[in-house]
Write a protein that binds this ligand. Structure first.
Ligand SMILES: Cc1cc2nc3c(=O)[nH]c(=O)nc-3n(C[C@H](O)[C@H](O)[C@H](O)COP(=O)(O)OP(=O)(O)OC[C@H]3O[C@@H](n4cnc5c(N)ncnc54)[C@H](O)[C@@H]3O)c2cc1C
Length: 179
């Protein structure tokens, strides 16, 4: 086999959760009077490892079809020169069983607030390498089923003070967001 050059086209990587990556409101306002946001986004060693390992796996697969190709020269290493975001701002209210590491629990309920639920890619615990919308819709269906079941359960007993025990809400609030 003659000399072969491999060119990396379009590659989408999953990014690990990094608490330093965040979207913050600033005091500046846009033309509609809404606060502008500031995005802090770092791509680190974990993502570079994922990129290099993905290439290794890809070349190993190609080697099965075209022996010798895994020794091919890379046209130019796209890392880190060609990195761009995918417009998928996720994970600001990530899901975790532990309030120390997440905002919502497995039922998309905000830890410590019984009647507040969040649905959207903001509850993703990592970015995922694929587009988020299908998973967002699945999460919305799942939360809808959960809330329907919750409404169907008998109301909690009222305590002598008149307050409902267990603080189950009459009308759960659902918030949708992607950031
Ligand atoms: C350029 C671009 C291309 C994309 N392409 C794809 C793609 O090809 N495939 C894919 O799967 N995903 C794609 N995405 C990502 C996808 O669009 C988002 O992940 C998805 O829209 C998130 O849905 P959501 O309902 O969680 O949030 P959003 O769609 O952002 O909805 C949040 C809603 O909340 C409203 N809101 C915000 N704050 C308040 C407030 N205080 N009070 C009341 N309402 C409020 C907003 O107006 C908005 O309507 C793309 C995103 C961008 C920007």
């Amino acid at each position: 086999m003659g000399e072969v050059t491999v060119r990396v086209g379009h590659e989408i990587l999953e990014q690990v959760a990094n608490p330093e990556n965040r979207i913050e409101l600033t005091t500046e306002r846009d033309a509609l009077g809404m606060p502008r946001v500031r995005t802090t986004w770092h791509v680190d060693a974990a993502e570079e490892r994922t990129h290099r390992r993905s290439l290794e796996i890809l070349l190993a697969q190609l080697e099965r079809i075209e022996p010798g190709i895994s020794a091919a020269r890379l046209d130019s290493d796209p890392w880190p020169r060609d990195i761009v975001g995918t417009w998928h701002h996720v994970g600001a209210t990530r899901m975790s069983g532990d309030p120390a590491t997440g905002v919502v629990d497995a039922d998309a309920r905000v830890h410590g607030i019984d009647n507040l639920h969040i649905v959207g890619s903001s509850v993703f615990s990592v970015s995922a390498s694929t587009s988020p919308t299908v998973a967002i819709v699945e999460l919305a269906h799942r939360l809808g089923d959960h809330l329907a079941q919750r409404r169907a359960r008998p109301a909690p007993m009222a305590s002598p003070s008149g307050a409902a025990e267990g603080s189950v809400a009459e009308s759960p609030q659902i918030h949708g967001t992607s950031c």
